[in-house]
Design a protein around this ligand. Structure first.
Ligand SMILES: [Fe+2]
Ligand SMILES: [Fe+2]
Length: 322
């Protein structure tokens, strides 16, 4: 088992990743600003030479569009997490293309990238061409310390198959890490979600023997599980832990159909903004769309509100006016 971890040495400053200090966040409500922020993307499915996926989806263009949208948020995330199916066929050139697309964005944002393996990936090529590691069939796992928030990447893939599983060795490794809590808790990132799906095809490709994972995380500091694989956003609870599935950047499942007839469409791509608070973690779905918006709210508006007392703000913005 190889760990891609950075040493867990306590709280790094934002400068540790060479990024600018984010603008001070305002808190108009009862919650202090989020402690950590993550970008959660999934299922990029790149192909070598940018061949069209299924003859119809331009996965590179759709990834770039999603990255532009993520960057347009102005957020300086603590990590960018990709929950698997990074390439469609595990081709070396597809991993290189992925690096070329994502690494400059991560450098500009000053954020580490967490790559998670999916069933469409191949461990040897992923290790060699994306991570610069020995090309072995060992599970691709890692641990990151994001200033006290621990992120653990699991490898739920089964070489030669599309369904998911976690073998005893990986679960034992996970259990050993979780034996020591992290200051801000732990987020697991894995490809196959430990959730049911109403779409029949995904039951065949599910994570098997989920009870074994439940037993390992029960009573630990795991606060969220990030996953992909389904190509649609969904959420649920697993062993008392919220699970958040990000849709894909390449194509998404058109759920506005009978479950047996759900197929992919070149629309509905999105990514998730994950905000880690002391009391909870939120997962906002951000659609990647070209649409006109209003222009009422602005930095100036927030600045004006920040100069008011809480009572004045309520009068100004909450009071219903006839
Ligand atoms: Fe996928
Ligand atoms: Fe998948």
């Amino acid at each position: 088992m190889v760990s891609l971890s950075s040493p867990e040495t306590g709280e790094p400053s934002p400068e540790a990743f060479g990024r600018p200090q984010p603008a001070p966040q305002v808190a108009f409500g009862q919650y202090p600003p989020a402690r950590r922020t993550l970008l959660h993307l999934s299922d990029t499915h790149l192909l070598a030479a940018n061949r069209a996926l299924g003859g119809r989806f331009d996965t590179a263009a759709n990834l770039n569009r999603t990255l532009e949208a993520a960057e347009a948020t102005g957020i300086r995330p603590d990590a960018i997490i990709f929950t698997g199916d990074l390439t469609d066929l595990g081709e070396p050139d597809a991993y290189l293309a992925l690096r070329e697309a994502v690494e400059p964005v991560a450098a500009r944002l000053g954020a580490p990238i967490v790559w998670v393996a999916g069933n469409h990936d191949e461990r040897t090529a992923l290790r060699r061409d994306l991570l610069g590691l020995e090309p072995t069939e060992e599970p691709v796992t890692g641990v990151w310390d994001l200033g006290g928030l621990r992120v653990i990447a699991l490898d739920s893939t089964v070489p030669g198959w599309h369904h998911g599983d976690l073998d005893a060795a990986q679960l034992a490794w996970l259990g050993e890490i979780l034996a020591t809590p992290a200051p801000l808790g732990t987020v697991l990132a894995m490809h196959h979600p430990p959730l049911p799906s109403h779409v029949p095809l995904f039951d065949i490709l599910e994570l098997r023997d989920q009870g074994r994972l439940a037993a390992v995380i029960a009573g630990t500091d795991v606060r969220a599980i990030l996953a992909g694989h389904l190509h649609y956003s969904t959420s649920g609870m697993f062993a008392g832990v919220p699970v958040s599935v990000a849709a894909a950047t390449c194509y998404t499942m058109d759920l506005a159909r009978p479950a047996a007839e759900v197929n992919g469409m070149d629309a509905g791509q999105s990514f998730h903004l994950v905000h880690v608070y002391d009391e909870t973690i939120t997962h906002a779905v951000v659609p990647v769309v070209d649409a006109q918006t209003g222009d009422y709210f602005s930095a100036e508006w927030v600045e004006r509100m920040s100069r008011l007392t809480p009572e004045e703000r309520l009068e100004e913005f909450s009071r219903k006016r006839p």
